[in-house]
Design a protein around this ligand. Structure first.
Ligand code: FNR
Length: 186
């Protein structure tokens, strides 16, 4: 089974994006094993601390290295990604010359209660990850408008069209993780 590090850009207890990640995890059962990293354990990035990497930041780098792929699940805060997610990306990108994102099979998804489904945040995030050299799954794009009841208490998606679309995403990401591994090995 492929191991996926999951970063959800929210520290809110009732995060809709965390719920969304759990629904994807359920769709991926038997194919992808999700490893959730708690972004709230990370201190705010400070370049002065890079000489002695904080334990949580080192753990993030170790878990990126150990993962076959990374899934970034982002809310939208003021038309961009939440600071807590950018902070994690910055820690992962350093020390200089040891960027953990390079060549890592990565996918971006996100959700908002708004009709645009965190599109502005995801466009920013894609641009950031491309600049860091991640091997980014470009399609499908997943802009999920979270509506009440769309994901039930068992983390099942209640709308059949949405479920089919997201199953397609899981399928493509799963294949992408495999193909990115092949490219690194080649
Ligand atoms: C938001 N929200 C929001 N939504 C959106 O679609 N576009 C936006 O630009 C913003 N901006 C924004 C700024 C800040 C500071 C907050 C706290 C919220 C609403 C946001 O989508 C909503 O709170 C989601 O529930 C956040 O996702 P989580 O934390 O529930 O996963």
């Amino acid at each position: 089974m492929k191991k996926i590090l999951v970063l959800v850009g929210s520290n809110r207890k009732e995060s809709i994006n965390h719920k969304f990640a759990q629904a994807l995890e359920k769709l991926a059962e038997g194919r992808l094993a999700f490893d959730y990293f708690d972004l709230s354990t990370l201190p705010m990035y400070n370049d002065d601390d890079v000489g002695a990497y904080p334990a949580a930041a080192q753990q993030l780098k170790d878990r990126i290295a150990a993962a076959d792929g990374v899934l970034l699940v982002t809310p939208e805060h003021n038309r961009s990604i939440p600071a807590i997610l950018k902070n994690a990306i910055d820690w992962g990108s350093r020390p200089w010359g040891q960027n953990s994102w390079t060549g890592k099979a990565t996918a971006v998804v996100g959700s908002s209660p708004g009709a645009m489904g965190a599109i502005a945040a995801q466009i920013h995030l894609r641009s950031i990850m491309v600049s860091l050299g991640a091997t980014l799954l470009t399609s499908p794009e997943v802009y999920l408008q979270m509506k009440p009841g769309l994901i039930d208490q068992n983390n099942d998606i209640t709308n059949e069209d949405t479920k089919a679309f997201l199953s397609g995403f899981v399928e493509k990401f799963s294949a992408w993780v495999g193909s990115a591994q092949d490219r690194v090995a080649a």
